[in-house]
Design a protein around this ligand. Structure first.
Ligand code: NAP
Length: 292
């Protein structure tokens, strides 16, 4: 594949075939960005690719890259392919996510929320960092959640081997870890002009709740009632777009957006010792020694 050179702005976005990722990609495509979608199924990925192509016209080269982000070997392969294709990446948007009512593990045994929400962004960031640095004003955007506020780093049992599994606990812990990792990354890259942050997009009606089929009847009924009050994916994408393009945020680090307002994550996510420990742990989970 040809390496992209020249001024074309490039976005790498995960989970771009659905929900707020697809909506953000559509707006960025309209703004003239070239989109690299990382998706796990060819069918859904090609569907999203066709939508983006129809927005931009034939001269913009959006591309689909397939990867299951739970599988670290697939992340090594997809980052190799991305590096072959792009000499710079203006926006790296780690958006893919899930909520699993039942406990699930990645192929190497890591709990699935942690694998997709934390290890995958960690690997993509570190393996693509030279490309993000090669852009004139690169940005790294991690889609977290306000549910990080109920989470913590469960050091003695990160993958729920002994601790009774709960979806909300696993989701909250993983988003807390993602925001802690984002803040540690911000400290490590303090001297660079990159923009780095995480965000809560709101509570949005997307496919995120698809696994809830296993819930009790009452919980399902409560959810369908709540659906009426949920934001649309278009509204939810606004926080991603703000962190991706707002000139006022340029060069800032450890940003936390609550929808489209600059806010604060919980204090524990800014603790340097916890950040360092998490970074080391993620290196071991990724089989990666980072350079920063
Ligand atoms: N919806 C909300 O209320 C809400 C609130 C706070 C935060 N968020 C966060 O927003 C982000 C986007 O979620 P959404 O609401 O737009 O949900 P969504 O419509 O379900 O989109 C999630 C995307 O992530 C992808 N994905 C999941 N697991 C993957 C894996 N192992 N490998 C590759 N891709 C994977 C999905 O791909 P497939 O199509 O292949 O499954 C899908 O494209 C998530 O990080 C979520 O935690 C959402």
């Amino acid at each position: 594949m040809q390496t992209t050179t020249g001024p074309q702005k490039v976005v790498v976005i995960t989970g771009a075939d659905s929900g707020i990722g697809l909506e953000a990609a559509k707006v960025l495509a309209k703004q003239g960005y070239e989109i690299a979608l990382i998706c796990r199924t060819k069918e859904r990925g090609n569907h999203a690719l066709a939508i983006l192509k129809s927005i931009s016209g034939p001269n913009t080269q959006h591309r689909l890259f397939l990867s299951d982000l739970a599988d670290r070997e697939q992340i090594f392969s997809v980052t190799d392919a991305l590096k072959e294709t792009y000499d710079h990446i203006d926006l790296l948007i780690n958006n893919a996510g899930l909520m699993s009512y039942k406990k699930q593990l990645a192929p190497d045994g890591l709990e699935l929320h942690l694998a997709v929400h934390v290890r995958a962004p960690f690997m993509l960031i570190n393996l693509l960092l030279d490309r993000v640095n090669a852009a004139p004003a690169g940005r790294i955007i991690n889609v977290s959640s306000d549910l990080h506020k109920s989470g913590f780093l469960q050091w003695d049992d990160m993958s729920f081997a002994q601790t009774p599994y709960s979806m909300m606990r696993a989701y909250g812990n993983s988003k807390m870890a993602l925001t802690t990792m984002t803040n540690e990354l911000s400290r490590r890259l303090a001297g660079l002009p990159l923009t780095i942050g995480s965000l809560h997009p709101g509570v949005i009606k997307t496919n995120l709740f698809r696994n809830f089929k296993d819930m009790s009847f009452l919980a399902k009924a409560a959810l369908s009632l709540a659906n009426v009050f949920l934001m649309t994916p278009e509204q939810g994408a606004k926080s991603i777009l703000m962190l991706a393009t707002d000139p006022k945020l340029e060069g800032q680090k450890s940003i936390y957006l609550h929808k489209t307002t600059v806010g604060k994550a919980i204090p524990a996510t800014y603790e340097a010792e916890a950040g360092k420990r998490l970074w080391k742990w993620l290196e071991s989970q990724s089989t990666l020694i980072t350079m920063i």
